[in-house]
Ligand binder design. Structure first.
Ligand code: ADP
Ligand code: MG
Length: 238
């Protein structure tokens, strides 16, 4: 069964339609990457999956259940953004525990989840540090940790590495792959970085002006881009 299904999903802002009917099935455990130029609708699509933005038409279905009227916190998803606003006065532990404490989870469960996430991300030695005492990469790890502790069925990432320098981006890419291998959770990841898409994705979805231009594995798109637009993003030079 597909874990995430988009059926003719549309988005209008005022009178302007920016997502023009997107159909997509993401399988349970699949790592799908959305690529496309700035303004093509990647973030809007992700925000509709998360429930942070209402759909203007069509359905978002997760685990067989129609999500259109379900609030973000009840969708079983967790989202990691490019700007990882951490709470400056809470330590790493407090930042990761916050959502669970807010939801009234019990202490033992919170502790177990936070320590497991810290273990996965190599954050154990840093649990008592404040965000200002962390490097950019460590902060981004905490932001990912905050998503992990919620034990989501689906992770959504919106250009999570674009604020990091090149060396760190490579390192974090490897960590995100390891995270996927370890948790085997469905992941939908937005980037405009072709190398990130090629290395992370089971399947790449190429978006253009609010429509899907092509969907395929990295190798399919690389060797058989359907047109110059796709080739410009991931195809082999010709
Ligand atoms: P991407 O993430 O691919 O750069 P976005 O999803 O942010 O693209 O934007 C897609 C289109 O929707 C753009 O034309 C953008 O200007 C427009 N848009 C996004 N959010 C809003 C909004 N809140 N109000 C009006 N237009 C918006
Ligand atoms: Mg965006």
């Amino acid at each position: 069964m597909a874990d995430l299904v988009l059926q003719d999903v549309r988005k209008r802002f005022g009178k302007t339609e920016v997502i023009h009917g997107v159909d997509l099935e993401v399988k349970d455990g699949e790592f799908v990457v959305f690529v496309g130029p700035s303004g093509c609708g990647k973030s809007t699509l992700l925000r509709m999956i998360a429930g942070l933005e209402e759909v203007s038409g069509g359905d978002v279905v997760i685990g067989g259940e129609r999500m259109n009227e379900i609030t973000p916190s009840d969708r079983g998803i967790a989202m990691v953004f490019q700007s990882y606003a951490l709470y400056p006065h809470k330590d790493v532990y407090g930042n990761m525990a916050f959502a669970l404490r807010h939801a009234g989870e019990d202490k033992a469960l919170i502790d177990e989840r936070v320590r497991k996430a810290a273990d996965i991300l190599g954050l154990e030695p840093l649990l008592k540090r404040r965000p200002k005492e962390l490097s950019g990469g460590q902060r981004q790890r905490v932001a990912i940790g905050r998503a992990i502790v919620r034990d989501p069925a689906i992770f959504l990432f919106d250009e999570p590495l674009s604020n990091l320098d090149a060396a760190l981006r490579v390192q974090m890419r490897v960590e995100i792959l390891r995270l996927h291998q370890r948790l085997k959770t469905t992941m939908v990841y937005v980037t405009h970085d072709q190398v990130e898409a090629m290395t992370l994705a089971d399947r790449i979805v190429v978006l253009r002006d609010g429509r899907i231009e092509q969907v395929g594995t990295p190798l399919e798109l690389y060797h058989h881009p359907k047109n110059r637009f796709v080739a410009g993003f991931i195809g082999s030079p010709r």
